[in-house]
Design a protein around this ligand. Sequence first.
Ligand SMILES: [Zn+2]
Length: 182
Amino acid sequence: MVEEVAYWWRGRLYSGGEAPPLAVPLKLVEVESVEWLCPKCGERAEWGPEPRCPLCGARCEPRTRVEEVPELVDAVEALERAFNRVCRARFRGAAALEPLGIFVPLFAWRPLDVELPDGSRLVGAYAGKPRFLKRGFRNGSAFELPGNLAAIVWSGFLECLAFEVEEPEKLVELLSASAGFI
Ligand SMILES: [Zn+2]
């Protein structure tokens, strides 16, 4: 069986040919769901102890439906897959940032606003080693994230993800062109 792949970009699914360059490739997985249908008029009923047709009141019958939904991947996996479509990318590490930390403005990142499949948002990218973490990181010992592209993701807290990519500047340009603030 051939596994189907769809391309996810800002909440929409695309086929390979029409997907924007940074769309995230996601496998489609089959899930079964039960819906309750009226045998007379085909109307769908809300589930309940005895689902009834909202139009004619007849007792509805269950029908198993197979739906294809995109697999859920986290922000790191989504970005790695998206970046891999345009250049080779490897995840090298992550660090939490303080949203209002004094070191964040020192980081000359390009502001973006891109929703990711897991609901987190890519809010900034930076081409170059995220050395600022050496001073900005406070939890535990200070360290430098390896990698040459930093992606800042917001998912309730701010996180810096470092990727090793072939052409970081090109990738930041591409991100800015296709995913800038609306
Ligand atoms: Zn009915």
